[in-house]
Design a protein around this ligand. Structure first.
Ligand code: SF4
Length: 107
């Protein structure tokens, strides 16, 4: 059994999670999808999965496309800072930074 088997969206029309556009009805569609994600028991793993594979379309883990782009930028900056710290200290700062990072989908 995988995490997808526990997804709250399993019985929902998948189209809801892939709005066309970013304004008007698409915004409402994203909010509706995010409300489903809010009660999903696998929200965090879903978000991590989407970030790991670079999924750019749709709502995953309660995060919209724009929110995931922002999370990815922050993650990249953190990793770059950790790599710089590694280079100067000789320690595995990146793994420590990753352990500390907690990604929470926006509501
Ligand atoms: S977090 Fe949202 S998109 Fe991900 S499995 Fe749960 S309901 Fe589906």
């Amino acid at each position: 059994m995988s995490w997808q088997d526990h997804a709250a969206c399993r019985t929902v029309d998948p189209e809801l999670f892939f709005p066309v556009g970013t304004a008007g009805p698409a915004k409402l569609q994203v909010q509706k999808a995010q409300r489903i994600c809010a009660g999903c028991p696998v929200r965090e793993v879903c978000l991590e999965y989407a970030l790991d594979i670079g999924e750019s379309a749709g709502v995953w883990g309660g995060a919209s496309e724009e929110e995931r782009r922002s999370l990815k930028r922050r993650r990249s900056r953190r990793q770059a800072a950790a790599a710089r710290a590694d280079a100067t200290s000789g320690g595995p700062a990146e793994s420590r930074a990753r352990e500390r990072s907690v990604t929470r989908p926006a509501r």
